[in-house]
Design a protein around this ligand. Structure first.
Ligand code: UDP
Length: 245
């Protein structure tokens, strides 16, 4: 039996190998970064909060037929996942215009996007995660045309499920980022995490543009009460009754 060895340390998570080559162990960190890691800090209890929210959302998506990398959580800040070959893509789904979409297009923040927008970014810190066109993505062989079509469909299905889930928590799912990978049988699986680090979440009953923010924008924009906002999302997600030990 070999001891777990560190495979990769990212900005928000650490990945370890396990005795089983098909299984990896993820540690969720309290570290927070923004603007391509130019801004750094810590959010107390973020690791446990994001791990638990991700677990509940992965379980919910699996119940709705979405295949994910999730296996289980041996501790509140640890998740066992299937080892995947991660595609170097950040897949962003947007229901409401915010963030870089507004900066790059001039669309006013809050514009409802009907149908939702699916965008592909190149997961490459050195290049600053640039927005891709389909042709550039294929030129760089980041995925096959079939995989792009499958990811696009999956991303929209996941959006339908997550939007309904968050609506039942009194939360508007503004936008979010997904990552996908291939397992040993070349099956496409949803990977990474789904949490206030990777989603824009607005409190449905707040209309003030700062007070309604329940996600990492509180950290990015120095809005304060970051930990409370993450905790509030966790409590609302647990209150849906989808929490399984
Ligand atoms: N996002 C993420 N990781 C990234 C970039 C974006 O999780 O490296 C998420 C972000 O939290 C938001 C959505 O993807 O929910 C869209 O982000 P956007 O492109 O607007 O960029 P930002 O304004 O966050 O820089």
């Amino acid at each position: 039996m070999s001891a777990p060895t560190l495979l990769y340390e990212g900005k928000a998570k650490i990945l370890y190998t396990t005795n089983d080559p098909e299984i990896l162990l993820t540690f969720f960190k309290d570290d927070a970064t923004a603007f391509n890691a130019q801004k750094r800090g810590k959010i107390a209890h973020k690791g446990e909060i994001n791990c638990t929210i991700s677990k509940i959302l992965f379980q919910y998506l699996e119940e709705h037929g979405i295949v994910t990398h999730f296996i289980d959580c041996p501790a509140p800040n640890q998740m066992r996942v299937r080892a995947l070959k991660i595609l170097p893509l950040e897949v962003v789904v947007r229901n409401i215009a915010a963030g870089s979409l507004c900066q790059q297009t001039g669309l006013p923040q809050g514009t409802v996007l009907e149908p939702p927008l699916v965008e592909f970014y190149y997961k490459n810190d050195q290049l600053g995660d640039p927005l891709l066109t389909r042709d550039r993505l294929l030129l760089l062989k980041l995925a096959t045309p079939e995989q792009v079509d499958q990811i696009q469909q999956l991303a929209l299905q996941i959006n339908t499920h997550l939007s309904a889930f968050f609506k039942s928590c009194g939360i508007i799912l503004v936008d979010f980022k997904l990552e996908f990978g291939l397992d040993s049988e070349s099956q496409l699986r949803l990977a990474d995490e789904i949490s206030p680090d990777t989603c824009r979440l607005w409190n449905q009953s707040e209309f003030d543009p700062d007070r309604r923010v329940m996600d990492k924008d509180r950290f990015r924009r120095d809005l304060g009460d970051v930990e409370n906002a993450y905790q509030e999302v966790l409590e609302r997600v647990i209150a849906t009754g989808n929490y399984q030990q």
